[in-house]
Ligand binder design. Structure first.
Ligand code: GCB
Length: 613
């Protein structure tokens, strides 16, 4: 009986998720739309007990409740005692995590209410208005003028809500956003991660004005099967209430201008072009693409390339590809904060370029859109991931629904980024049948959403299989990925770096093999000898031995993205001398200074670039 209730509840929760997804269809390419920024200073209230949301019986407050923090904080009369209020004494910058903005927030996890007032006049009376968030971590409830616009769950993907004409005013709009970053066992990520759980409205907030019938988004990709044929396919998605029956796609530089019929709010796109210049790290060519549907017009800059795993090799535009990668957290080490801007992306990707990288692994969650857009223009290949990390509740349908939602939002936002070649559905998930089914479903979803890119996940290793000092990647999930990727820390968590001298690596799958992580800690500026753990010299020794080992990897070895570009905050890391709340496996320290190992990896990548230009 109990079981049945649980199933019914889960089914109901999934229905709600699906209904919400329908209602709040994700609008992409916000950059190319008419927008009004709501970034800047917002007032806030810290509310660890969620008093603004629940009454004293811990029941959700009714919409008009005088004590609900989404309602006006101005007393109605002289006897209306208000026990909350927004004030200029308490402000936070949006976008931005709250933890880095005031010492009292350093380790805060819980609810913060944000408030902003604004005046607004529509440009055109017939326009529709949406409120768009680049991301807020983790659970966000949005209220305008006392009415709830909606809720979003997930800390690293965009969302939007339509603002009905009946709610918005020309003067004094009262926008309240409740952001709760409490971790949860049934969430994605779950309770346990190796990075700091920055809270807040971490990315841009904008009002978006769209014509009555608008394009929600579009995708255009060079088809995988025919790199020489220059066949481009995709679709244009229209808003559910759209009555437009035809869309037009234009690429002026290619002299292409073609119309396609739309039915049920979608138009399939399929055309062939001559003389296409492919996008690649060496030639990151982007074309101006204009899509028109009725009164709506959307522009983007798109690169065209193919990516394939063929036999044991990766092919970019039909040519052998070796990935000279680096893993990156979305964090600016010198300021101990989340990265969110173009300037931040330029700093992080600029460092990767200095390292002679042609690829970055954006760990362990989708980064800000400026990262993938700048990767497009700089010519950096990208692995983009959802935070299915370690001990997710793989048994739960509801949790699977949340993972699918984040995957869908990630792919939908970035489907036109040529830089992205791999969607990753998770990292180091513990092997079991339930977990493999869960992860397999996610890989299938990634493929359904986007058949043009590779799908993978960072897998587990069986150490010293067959007693021959062969470390075997035989994780059953390997069967379903396009590229077998694994993390290894030989010489840090296991043995000393000279263990690399005799270690061998292999996989049971005939697929490209990729090392998605390897690394050792070093406190920036601690210069000693290679035998002193935590010193830059030890880390350099680790890289020296690893690099020598890489030169003996099997023929399917297709690249590596060591852990990690820069030191990052992690509450798991509490060595009082060397860590103090930071994971120090960075090749760059928390002052932005390059450690010795940076230059060793740079040299290796220089050699690899010559070998595989
Ligand atoms: C890993 C994880 C990564 C950690 C890293 C470490 O395997 O994927 O998130 O930060 O190891 O430093 O231990």
């Amino acid at each position: 009986m109990l079981k049945k209730t649980a199933i019914v509840t889960t089914a109901f929760a999934l229905q709600i998720l699906a209904a919400n997804a329908q209602k709040n269809q994700l609008i992409t390419d916000i950059e190319g739309r008419k927008t009004i920024s709501l970034n800047g200073k917002w007032q806030y209230i810290v509310d660890p007990y969620e008093t603004g949301f629940y009454d004293y019986r811990f029941k959700e407050r009714l919409e008009k409740d005088n004590d609900a923090f989404w309602n006006s904080d101005v007393p109605k009369n002289k006897y209306d005692h208000k026990e909350y209020g927004y004030s200029d004494k308490n402000t936070l910058k949006v976008p931005g995590d709250w933890n880095s903005q005031d010492a009292k927030f350093l380790y805060y996890e819980g609810t913060v209410w944000y408030k902003k007032t604004f005046d607004y006049k529509k440009s055109n009376a017939s326009d529709r208005v949406f409120l768009s968030f680049g991301a807020a971590n983790y659970k966000t409830d949005v209220y305008l003028n006392g009415k709830k616009l909606g809720q979003h769950i997930g800390g690293f993907t965009p969302f939007n809500f339509e603002i009905p004409d009946s709610i918005i005013r020309t003067k004094g709009n009262y926008l309240v956003v409740k952001v709760d970053n409490k971790r949860g066992a049934e969430e994605i990520p779950t309770l346990n991660t190796d990075w700091w759980n920055y809270g807040g409205i971490t990315r841009d907030v904008k009002l978006v004005e769209l014509p009555a019938n608008f394009i929600t988004g579009f995708s255009l990709q060079l088809t995988k099967l025919s790199p020489g044929d220059n066949k481009i396919q995709g679709n244009v998605k229209l808003d559910q209430s759209s009555n437009v029956s035809e869309v037009q796609v234009e690429i002026p530089e290619l002299k292409l201008k073609q119309s396609f019929p739309a039915s049920n709010n979608i138009a399939a796109i399929d055309f062939t072009v001559a003389n296409l210049q492919y996008w690649s790290p060496k030639t990151p060519k982007l074309y101006r693409v204009i899509v028109t549907a009725g009164a709506d017009k959307l522009e983007d800059k798109i690169g065209f390339r193919t990516i394939e795993a063929k036999g044991e090799q990766l092919l970019l535009n039909g040519k052998h590809l070796f990935l000279r990668g680096i893993s990156i957290h979305e964090e600016i080490p010198q300021e101990g904060r989340r990265a969110y801007s173009r300037a931040d992306a330029l700093q992080l990707l600029g460092w990767a370029k200095e390292l002679n990288c042609n690829m970055v692994r954006l760990a362990h969650y989708p980064h800000d859109e400026s990262m993938t857009r700048i990767a497009d223009s700089l010519g950096v290949l990208v692995w983009s991931e959802i935070p299915v990390y370690w001990t997710i509740n793989f048994k739960s349908e509801e949790v699977l629904g949340k993972a699918k939602q984040q995957l869908t939002e990630m792919v939908t936002r970035d489907q036109n980024r040529a830089s992205i070649i791999i969607w990753s559905v998770g990292n180091e998930t513990p092997i079991s049948e339930t977990r493999t089914n869960f992860m397999h479903t996610l890989l299938q979803t990634a493929k359904e959403l986007d058949p043009t890119r590779l799908a993978s996940a960072a897998l587990e290793v069986s150490y010293k299989a067959e007693g021959k000092n062969i470390n075997l990647i035989d994780d059953p999930l390997g069967k379903y990925v396009d590229m077998v990727s694994f993390n290894e820390y030989l010489g840090w968590y296991l043995g000393t770096p000279d263990s690399c001298k005799t270690a061998n690596w292999a996989t049971i799958y005939d697929k490209p093999l990729f090392i998605s992580e390897t690394g050792a800690e070093a406190k920036g500026g601690f210069i000693s000898s290679s035998k002193a753990m935590w010193s830059e010299d030890y880390q350099a020794w680790y890289y020296k031995e690893q690099i020598a080992m890489l030169k003996r990897m099997p023929a399917n070895f297709s690249g590596i993205s060591p852990w990690i570009l820069a030191d990052f905050r992690s509450p798991r890391r509490n060595n009082p001398t060397y860590q103090q709340g930071w994971n120090t496996k960075g090749l760059i320290d928390r002052n932005g200074k390059k450690k010795k190992a940076f230059f060793l990896l740079k040299e290796y990548y220089g050699e690899m670039e010559k070998m595989y230009p």
